[in-house]
Design a protein around this ligand. Structure first.
Ligand code: AMP
Length: 576
């Protein structure tokens, strides 16, 4: 299976043909000067067709910068998708119209091939609300669809996965700060595999200082400029005449600026310092957002190639556990992945060469094969009401020394049972009484509640896979023999499916895959995304959702789920 990936800009078309079996590039290039020597995007694609010679193409993936709130996932392109894409042009006028021109030319060239749009914004579609919304008037924000979208998704996704794999773990186990530093630059906080903050906003203008973009400024600057310039000029100044170019007065290319800084050019020195300062500021902020950081990743033209910029960014970060290794930093040129922190460093720092095209090809491949994924095995659904698992010590404090949990009845997963014992959950705002214990006792406390319970208690519980309670929310438990304040342990359980390996085989999934499940047969059919697959010999096929989720699809007895779609993680197990 060969996937052709296009990244179409205003005056250039980057392309790459990728063999999905080996994940290697069969052909790679760039057509430049579109609008000049090459007249149109159609002509540019004709040049690519020429280059392909006899190599077959089985699908086409297009990078599209902005998916707005319509496209939170890759999508197979059809007439209605084209219409919706057209309507998004206003959100990224410097990018989306050209992405679209490339798509239209490719559709004319390969009308029979499936073509997929992959969005820079999708990786950030799950940003928590507190990160997504600006402190703007709500009605104004709704009317103008103003929110943070974030960009460089395929790159942040790729390098955080690649870096985790290098360390022998998955991104789902780490708090990562990903720094894509190129002509466009953005930072992303990737907490346990998900983007939870990112520096670019509604447009790619917010955040870090870039080649020609200002990044963060006081919005008051725009009013000051409006006294002299009209809005188009201001947009042009902020997008094309600011950043490294604007501060240095020389170039948007860090190499030129570094040369001149060495010659004593003070503007160039300021440009370098301001760039590094902004990145450091975001590292500090994102470590605070995630309550820590395990891994910092550098990528993009500057991040991958400028050892001196990395050194500047990383200086005095020992308080975050970073122990920078100067020699490794200078060695990093050729490798795909290079560690630049010492063995002693608690927070690891890696340089990873980004490969957005491979990420786009993988997403495209999954979308093209999507229809073939469905299986005819129906998945029973069980609703988990709020409950808790306790460790031995906490159980003793709540119910008395020497006491043991007593079985009330077996539950569907073999070996597990509901107990007679119940506790009260005490939050800052309210109390939930009589929450049932599930046995047997476990090595760690885990209290599972719904989003509605969260409001009742006045707590902010993270969505977590079972067992991942580190840095989750605190809660007070009250039992007949005592009260225990837990510093962590309260979660909203991520929806999941238990299955035996035989069922996993039939459904063509593996442990830790993430899938979509359609619930059918009720008054409000609903498709759940982000469903974790858990495979064990002792498991019986069953999907677990909480009471809020069951209410949302008005679940009744006998309703069941259909596995309809595996996400990109599924296609390769953990994405590498
Ligand atoms: P990108 O947009 O990711 O392709 O990054 C392009 C930018 O990377 C260029 O404009 C330069 O500023 C920077 N860059 C590339 N190579 C080097 C290098 N060896 N040293 C410093 N900056 C570099």
């Amino acid at each position: 299976m060969n996937i052709l990936v296009f990244n179409c800009g205003s005056s250039s078309l980057k392309y790459q043909l990728i063999d999905m079996q080996s994940e290697t590039s069969l052909l790679k290039g760039q057509v430049e000067k579109i609008g000049q020597t090459v007249k149109t995007h159609q002509e540019a694609i004709a040049i690519v067709v020429d280059q392909l010679k006899e190599k077959p193409v089985h699908g086409v993936g297009h990078r599209v910068v902005h998916g707005g709130s319509v496209f939170t996932k890759p999508v197979v392109i059809n007439a209605s998708v084209l219409e919706e894409l057209q309507a998004l042009n206003f959100l990224a006028p410097l990018h989306n119209p050209y992405n679209l021109q490339g798509i239209q030319a490719a559709l004319r060239t390969w009308p029979k091939l499936k073509q997929v749009a992959v969005f820079d914004t999708s990786f950030h579609a799950g940003l928590p609300r507190r990160a997504k919304y600006y402190g703007l008037n709500k009605e104004v924000a709704e009317e103008f669809k103003i929110q943070k979208f974030g960009f460089h998704g395929p790159s942040h996704n790729y390098v955080s996965d690649r870096a985790s794999e290098f360390l022998g773990v998955t991104a789902k186990d780490l708090k990562i700060i990903s720094l894509h530093l190129g002509n466009g630059a953005s930072a992303c906080a990737v907490e346990y595999g998900k983007s939870v903050e990112t520096s670019m906003g509604m447009t790619p203008l917010e955040g870090l200082l870039m080649g020609t973009r200002s990044g963060d400024i006081d919005p008051g600057v725009i009013f000051a400029l409006a006294k002299k310039y009209d809005l188009d000029d201001i947009e042009n100044i902020l997008n094309k005449k600011s950043g490294l170019l604007g501060l240095s007065g020389l170039s948007n290319d860090l190499r030129d600026i570094q040369d001149q800084a060495e010659q004593g050019n003070d503007d160039c020195r300021l440009a370098i310092n301001a760039f590094a300062h902004r990145v450091r500021k975001y590292i500090g902020a994102y470590a605070a957002v995630m309550g820590g950081v395990d891994l910092i990743v550098f990528t993009g033209g500057i991040g991958e190639n400028s050892a001196s910029m990395r050194r500047r960014v990383l200086q005095r970060l020992d308080f975050l556990g970073v122990d920078f290794d100067e020699d490794l930093n200078n060695e990093s040129h050729d490798k795909q992945v290079q560690m630049i922190s010492s063995n002693r460093s608690r927070t690891k720092v890696l340089v990873v060469k980004t490969n957005e095209e491979l990420m786009i090809a993988k997403e495209t491949n999954v979308m093209i094969n999507k229809a073939e994924v469905s299986a005819d095995l129906v998945i029973p659904i069980a609703v988990s009401a709020r409950h808790l698992h306790l460790d031995k010590e906490t159980f003793a404090k709540l119910f008395g020394e020497g006491k043991e949990p007593t079985k009330y009845k077996d539950i569907s997963q073999p070996g597990q049972y509901a107990c007679h014992e119940k506790v009260n959950l005490i939050g800052p705002r309210g109390v939930i009484k009589g929450v049932r214990l599930l046995g047997p006792l476990r090595p760690a406390n885990q209290i599972e509640i719904s989003r509605t319970d969260e409001y009742k208690l006045g707590v902010d519980a993270p969505i977590r896979d079972s067992g991942k309670v580190k840095d989750s929310a605190p809660i007070t438990l009250e039992g007949p023999a005592g009260t225990v304040h837990l510093k962590e342990g309260l979660i909203c359980a991520r929806r999941h499916i238990h299955m035996h390996p035989n069922d996993a085989n039939k459904l063509n999934v593996k442990d830790k895959d993430v899938v979509e499940i359609a619930i059918k047969g009720g008054p409000r059919d609903l498709t759940f995304g982000d469903v974790l697959v858990r495979v064990k010999d002792s498991y019986v096929l069953e999907m677990h959702i909480d009471t809020d989720e069951a209410n949302a699809c008005e679940l009744n007895k006998g309703m069941a789920g259909d596995l309809i779609y595996q996400s990109v993680e599924t296609a390769k197990g953990h994405f590498v």
